[in-house]
Ligand binder design. Sequence first.
Ligand SMILES: [Zn+2]
Length: 370
Amino acid sequence: MSNQYLVFRHCGDADGRLQLVTRTHDLGGTDYDPIFRASVADAYGIGRANRAVGFHTGDDEGARASAEPMALRAVRRSTRQTRPWDLLKVSGEMRKLAELSDDQLSRLRKGVSLDVVDTDALPRFYLVRSEAGDRTLLEEDASTDVKAAIRALQTANGGRLLGEHHLEDVLGERIEVILPAHGKRNWSDGDYASNCAACGHAFLGPKRAPRCAPCHAETLAENAARDAAGPAAKPGRHGVYIASKAVAHGPRWQELRKRLPVISTWIDESAPGLTLDWPDLWDRCISEVISAEVLIVYMEPGETLKGAWIEVGAALGAGVPVLGVGIDEFSIAKSGKITLCASMDEAVEMARGIMDGNALVHGAGELESA
Ligand SMILES: [Zn+2]
């Protein structure tokens, strides 16, 4: 439509912000479809960089001519259902201006030039030569796994973390791999230093917290949304379900039950040659799994898990946190849905933490504990 265009206008905003709208007129009159609101200074910066943007604000052009042209970028946030696009100012200090719907972004792009980054489709970690500023996408695992990205950085810097190169995220923000971390990413308590599994940035938080504070909040919000949308409210859950080879480890878990509330009853039926009522056993296994507070899946080198994977699937489907020992090689371990532990002792310690309500694990929307 040739008579549709973008203008900033006053909108009665209490902070005096201007509203960018697409303006359409037909025989019925003029319509204004809002896109987003911006401060006067930001609006001028956008106007300076994009000639197609008009101003119906009544102020003279001289006031706008001195504004710094502003470069923009739109980044898709796959975790957000509505308004999935973050509109960012990328010149100077990076800042978020607005959240946009698909429709708003497409109307904006008719008159405003901007970078569009879809994080669903693109790798996230970039190696940058600090001096020259040129960015290279890291390859394979290093593009999405911050630990692999840090290893790649170390290699590029001749074995050191600090050197000619640094890491940047998809937004062009530098990733600090050596503390001090960014304050805004730190938890309000805890001094455990780590790089966030979601965004890569360094942060301080509780021991083993996998994500920085904002990413953790996002995960909780996501889980809450999913729980709200999902079926059954969670019944009262209790204890630890252990999934592993039966004959090899059943007796060991019977022993463990003396100091941990292990609820799997299969461990009492794990002797070789025992005649089993299979329908009854599987009924119990599944109902115990989904009534557990946490599931530990355990595998030793050389073993092949079969039934245990079904139990893991039932747990993930029911929102029961899953801890994994010895399963690092499987793709599910890379899904972010399972918290990997180096040993059974570590898994037991973490399971206790989950039951106490103070451990942080992948997929644990249950943190707002009872
Ligand atoms: Zn993060």
